[in-house]
Ligand binder design. Structure first.
Ligand code: BDR
Ligand code: CA
Length: 323
């Protein structure tokens, strides 16, 4: 059975990714969630993950906090890392679009335990493990540096981040998750680990509209109301700032869906790097030094079966939220 770890900065679409993963229990066993930062701090993201798991009756899934700031961030000089004003606007201060759900009675696992949790899982499950990072890539980069055997363990990484053929969402050439910690993402792309990049190239094609959230609301359950309230906030943000998407992009759920069923996306092999200097810092781009290598360590999603994904997303999340 496929084992799944989600590495989340639990914001709105990360919470939807949890719902999708829980609704896909027939296909994969969610063995843990690790907490990164980006939309929110690690502390807030972990709290949100625990609360969402509790709402869906899944207090059995451990939540491990990960690295809480970028590799090059000077915490001594700048204090604890906090999300940008832009992230707070997209996901609201609580990360969940202002939707309120009860906190979990559970405490998170030990601070920083995400790194060893992922290493142990890769050693235990090898190619049966898929890791889906959907926030800053710092914890993942730290894993690869601490335990290089994970690179060849067979564990696959299907990440949400980057943009190869379309504009970015934090600047014309940069996507949020990669730009949170460009050094970490660059290390991940170039370390030799097998990665699939689910970037804005495909996630901006998978828009959810208010017709979708109305289906959740019609369930008249606390979980249905939560999904609808949270996602309506996200849709409003998109309509105001990126109307061309025609709804909210289902970034993180698409990464989970592609991890469980790679046939949902069309991919091409491209060895990538991340620009670290100059005006394009944070951009995902072909790594000229490895571009013609026959071995492609990264596959980039360039196409997605939108109707099939959206139908599956609504089916699984609705069944889950129906209770
Ligand atoms: C990504 O950035 C975050 O805001 C979302 O949760 C998603 O992972 C989209 O660029
Ligand atoms: Ca995310």
């Amino acid at each position: 059975e496929r084992k799944l770890i989600l590495d989340l900065d639990t914001g709105i679409d990360d919470a939807l990714a949890i719902a999708y993963a829980l609704g896909s229990a027939d296909e994969a066993d969610l063995i843990g969630i690790t907490g990164t930062y980006g939309n929110v701090t690690v502390e807030r993201g972990v709290r949100n993950s625990l609360a969402v798991l509790h709402l869906f009756g899944r207090d059995d899934v451990p939540v491990h906090p990960g690295v809480d700031h970028p590799l090059t961030y000077d915490e001594a000089a700048n204090g604890p890392w906090i999300p940008s004003a832009g992230s707070v606007a997209v996901h609201a201060p609580n990360g969940l679009g202002g939707a309120v759900i009860p906190d979990s009675p559970r405490a998170p696992e030990a601070p920083g335990s995400a790194v060893d949790f992922i290493i142990d899982a890769a050693r235990t499950y090898g190619e049966n493990l898929t890791i889906v990072p959907t926030g800053a890539m710092t914890t993942m980069a730290t894993v690869m540096a601490k335990a290089p055997d994970v690179i060849d363990s067979g564990a696959h990484i299907t990440l949400m981040g980057g943009a190869l053929t379309v504009p970015g969402n934090v600047s014309p050439c940069t996507e949020a998750n990669i730009s949170q910690d460009p050094e970490a993402a660059d290390r991940l792309f170039r370390c030799g680990a097998r990665t699939t990049m689910i970037g804005l190239d495909v996630t901006h094609q998978t828009a959810l509209t208010r017709e979708g959230t109305a289906q959740w609301r019609a369930l008249k359950t606390p979980a249905g109301d939560f999904l609808a309230d949270m996602t309506d906030y996200y849709i409003d943000y998109y309509l105001a700032h990126q109307p061309e998407v025609r709804g909210c992009g289902l970034h993180d759920p698409l990464a989970v869906a592609a991890a469980l069923d790679p046939g949902l996306v069309e991919t091409i092999g491209v060895n990538l790097k991340v620009d670290l200097d100059g005006p394009f810092r944070g951009r995902t781009i072909g790594d000229r030094a490895r571009l013609t290598d026959p071995d492609k360590t990264t596959r980039v999603a360039v196409g997605v079966d939108v109707p099939r994904f959206l139908a599956r997303f609504m089916e699984r999340t609705t069944a889950l939220a129906a209770g």
